[in-house]
Design a protein around this ligand. Structure first.
Ligand code: SF4
Ligand code: SF4
Length: 181
Protein backbone atom coordinates (compact mmCIF):
# COMPACT_ATOMS: atom_id res chain seq x y z
CA UNK A 1 0.00 0.00 0.00
CA UNK A 2 1.30 3.45 -0.93
CA UNK A 3 1.66 5.92 1.91
CA UNK A 4 3.46 9.13 2.71
CA UNK A 5 5.18 10.10 5.91
CA UNK A 6 3.83 13.10 7.77
CA UNK A 7 4.84 14.70 11.04
CA UNK A 8 2.27 14.73 13.77
CA UNK A 9 2.40 16.47 17.15
CA UNK A 10 1.36 14.13 19.92
CA UNK A 11 0.14 15.88 23.06
CA UNK A 12 -0.15 14.17 26.40
CA UNK A 13 -0.72 15.32 29.95
CA UNK A 14 1.85 14.08 32.40
CA UNK A 15 0.31 13.56 35.83
CA UNK A 16 2.23 13.90 39.06
CA UNK A 17 -0.12 12.27 41.54
CA UNK A 18 1.96 13.35 44.54
CA UNK A 19 1.32 17.02 43.75
CA UNK A 20 -2.46 16.77 43.35
CA UNK A 21 -4.37 17.99 46.42
CA UNK A 22 -7.84 17.26 45.05
CA UNK A 23 -8.90 20.90 44.62
CA UNK A 24 -10.82 19.94 41.43
CA UNK A 25 -10.07 23.22 39.66
CA UNK A 26 -9.22 21.09 36.59
CA UNK A 27 -12.72 19.54 36.58
CA UNK A 28 -14.35 22.96 36.93
CA UNK A 29 -12.48 24.65 34.10
CA UNK A 30 -12.79 21.66 31.77
CA UNK A 31 -16.55 21.44 32.19
CA UNK A 32 -16.93 25.25 31.86
CA UNK A 33 -14.83 25.34 28.69
CA UNK A 34 -16.95 22.60 27.10
CA UNK A 35 -20.31 24.03 28.23
CA UNK A 36 -22.73 25.30 25.59
CA UNK A 37 -22.36 28.28 25.34
CA UNK A 38 -18.74 28.26 26.51
CA UNK A 39 -18.27 29.14 30.21
CA UNK A 40 -22.04 29.38 30.74
CA UNK A 41 -21.98 26.68 33.47
CA UNK A 42 -19.76 24.21 35.20
CA UNK A 43 -20.59 20.67 36.17
CA UNK A 44 -17.80 18.21 37.00
CA UNK A 45 -19.94 15.38 35.58
CA UNK A 46 -19.31 16.96 32.17
CA UNK A 47 -15.57 17.27 32.70
CA UNK A 48 -13.13 15.28 30.59
CA UNK A 49 -10.80 15.02 33.54
CA UNK A 50 -11.94 13.44 36.81
CA UNK A 51 -10.29 13.15 40.19
CA UNK A 52 -10.41 9.76 41.90
CA UNK A 53 -10.68 10.87 45.53
CA UNK A 54 -9.66 9.15 48.76
CA UNK A 55 -9.53 12.11 51.18
CA UNK A 56 -8.97 9.92 54.26
CA UNK A 57 -5.79 8.60 52.69
CA UNK A 58 -4.85 11.96 51.18
CA UNK A 59 -4.96 10.34 47.76
CA UNK A 60 -6.16 12.19 44.67
CA UNK A 61 -5.60 10.78 41.22
CA UNK A 62 -6.44 12.77 38.07
CA UNK A 63 -7.58 10.70 35.07
CA UNK A 64 -8.43 12.33 31.75
CA UNK A 65 -10.73 10.86 29.13
CA UNK A 66 -9.31 8.85 26.26
CA UNK A 67 -10.89 7.03 23.33
CA UNK A 68 -14.42 5.67 23.31
CA UNK A 69 -14.49 1.88 23.68
CA UNK A 70 -17.38 0.20 21.85
CA UNK A 71 -17.29 -2.85 24.13
CA UNK A 72 -16.03 -3.76 27.58
CA UNK A 73 -12.48 -5.05 27.53
CA UNK A 74 -11.75 -8.60 28.63
CA UNK A 75 -8.39 -8.11 30.36
CA UNK A 76 -8.42 -5.67 33.26
CA UNK A 77 -5.96 -4.57 35.91
CA UNK A 78 -6.46 -4.38 39.66
CA UNK A 79 -4.62 -1.71 41.61
CA UNK A 80 -3.66 -1.60 45.25
CA UNK A 81 -2.49 1.83 46.36
CA UNK A 82 -1.67 2.74 49.91
CA UNK A 83 -3.30 -0.48 51.11
CA UNK A 84 -6.60 0.12 49.30
CA UNK A 85 -7.71 -2.08 46.45
CA UNK A 86 -9.34 -0.15 43.62
CA UNK A 87 -12.02 -1.27 41.24
CA UNK A 88 -10.58 -2.70 38.03
CA UNK A 89 -11.96 0.14 35.95
CA UNK A 90 -11.11 3.02 38.34
CA UNK A 91 -8.21 4.48 36.40
CA UNK A 92 -9.31 3.57 32.91
CA UNK A 93 -9.41 6.52 30.49
CA UNK A 94 -12.04 5.06 28.17
CA UNK A 95 -15.65 6.05 27.90
CA UNK A 96 -17.09 2.53 27.88
CA UNK A 97 -20.59 0.98 27.79
CA UNK A 98 -20.05 -0.76 31.13
CA UNK A 99 -19.78 2.37 33.32
CA UNK A 100 -20.97 5.96 33.60
CA UNK A 101 -17.64 7.80 33.70
CA UNK A 102 -16.80 10.15 30.87
CA UNK A 103 -20.31 10.35 29.54
CA UNK A 104 -22.28 13.51 28.93
CA UNK A 105 -24.91 13.30 31.74
CA UNK A 106 -27.93 14.34 29.64
CA UNK A 107 -27.32 12.56 26.37
CA UNK A 108 -25.03 9.72 27.50
CA UNK A 109 -22.67 10.57 24.63
CA UNK A 110 -19.01 9.74 25.24
CA UNK A 111 -16.67 12.50 26.38
CA UNK A 112 -13.08 12.63 25.20
CA UNK A 113 -10.29 15.05 26.06
CA UNK A 114 -9.64 17.26 23.04
CA UNK A 115 -6.68 19.07 24.64
CA UNK A 116 -8.92 22.15 24.77
CA UNK A 117 -8.94 22.57 21.02
CA UNK A 118 -8.22 26.16 20.01
CA UNK A 119 -6.44 27.05 23.25
CA UNK A 120 -2.68 27.51 23.38
CA UNK A 121 -2.39 25.41 26.51
CA UNK A 122 -4.82 22.84 27.93
CA UNK A 123 -6.90 24.67 30.52
CA UNK A 124 -6.61 21.98 33.19
CA UNK A 125 -2.82 22.32 32.97
CA UNK A 126 -3.07 26.11 33.14
CA UNK A 127 -5.45 26.09 36.10
CA UNK A 128 -3.64 23.50 38.17
CA UNK A 129 -1.83 25.70 40.69
CA UNK A 130 0.08 22.73 42.08
CA UNK A 131 1.84 21.63 38.89
CA UNK A 132 0.27 18.20 39.10
CA UNK A 133 -0.54 18.40 35.37
CA UNK A 134 2.09 19.09 32.76
CA UNK A 135 1.68 19.25 28.99
CA UNK A 136 4.14 17.13 27.03
CA UNK A 137 4.48 17.40 23.25
CA UNK A 138 6.48 15.27 20.88
CA UNK A 139 6.78 15.01 17.10
CA UNK A 140 6.13 11.62 15.55
CA UNK A 141 6.40 10.46 11.95
CA UNK A 142 3.25 8.64 10.96
CA UNK A 143 2.12 6.90 7.79
CA UNK A 144 -0.63 8.80 6.05
CA UNK A 145 -2.43 6.83 3.34
CA UNK A 146 -2.69 8.65 0.01
CA UNK A 147 -6.27 9.49 -1.10
CA UNK A 148 -6.43 6.79 -3.82
CA UNK A 149 -5.28 4.21 -1.27
CA UNK A 150 -8.07 5.28 1.07
CA UNK A 151 -10.56 4.86 -1.77
CA UNK A 152 -9.13 1.41 -2.52
CA UNK A 153 -9.36 0.44 1.15
CA UNK A 154 -12.95 1.65 1.34
CA UNK A 155 -13.89 -0.41 -1.72
CA UNK A 156 -12.15 -3.50 -0.34
CA UNK A 157 -14.01 -3.06 2.97
CA UNK A 158 -17.38 -2.65 1.24
CA UNK A 159 -16.73 -5.66 -0.96
CA UNK A 160 -15.92 -7.76 2.07
CA UNK A 161 -19.16 -6.64 3.75
CA UNK A 162 -21.16 -7.35 0.60
CA UNK A 163 -19.59 -10.84 0.40
CA UNK A 164 -20.46 -11.54 4.00
CA UNK A 165 -23.94 -10.05 4.27
CA UNK A 166 -25.07 -9.64 0.67
CA UNK A 167 -25.15 -6.39 -1.32
CA UNK A 168 -28.81 -5.60 -0.56
CA UNK A 169 -28.27 -5.71 3.21
CA UNK A 170 -25.24 -3.41 2.93
CA UNK A 171 -27.27 -0.99 0.81
CA UNK A 172 -30.12 -1.03 3.36
CA UNK A 173 -27.69 -0.35 6.22
CA UNK A 174 -26.09 2.55 4.30
CA UNK A 175 -29.52 4.03 3.60
CA UNK A 176 -30.44 3.81 7.31
CA UNK A 177 -27.16 5.45 8.35
CA UNK A 178 -27.56 8.32 5.88
CA UNK A 179 -31.10 8.94 7.17
CA UNK A 180 -29.67 9.35 10.72
CA UNK A 181 -27.44 12.23 9.44
S1 SF4 B 1 -6.28 21.25 39.60
FE1 SF4 B 1 -4.36 20.09 39.96
S2 SF4 B 1 -4.25 19.86 42.18
FE2 SF4 B 1 -6.35 20.45 41.70
S3 SF4 B 1 -7.45 18.49 41.51
FE3 SF4 B 1 -6.78 19.07 39.44
S4 SF4 B 1 -4.81 18.03 39.17
FE4 SF4 B 1 -5.25 18.04 41.37
S1 SF4 C 1 -6.91 19.18 28.23
FE1 SF4 C 1 -8.81 20.37 28.17
S2 SF4 C 1 -10.32 18.87 27.44
FE2 SF4 C 1 -8.56 17.70 28.18
S3 SF4 C 1 -9.02 17.23 30.29
FE3 SF4 C 1 -7.78 19.10 30.29
S4 SF4 C 1 -9.30 20.78 30.31
FE4 SF4 C 1 -10.38 18.92 29.70
Amino acid sequence: MKSQKTKKTIKTIKIDVDKCNGCRACEMICSAFHAEPKYSSNNPARSRIRIIREPLRDLYIPVYAGEYAVAECAGRDKYTIDGKEYDECSFCRASCPSRDEFKEPDSGLPLKCDMCEGEQEPLCVKWCMHDALLLEEREEEVDEPEPEDEQEELEIGLEALADKYGLEKVKDAMARISKKD
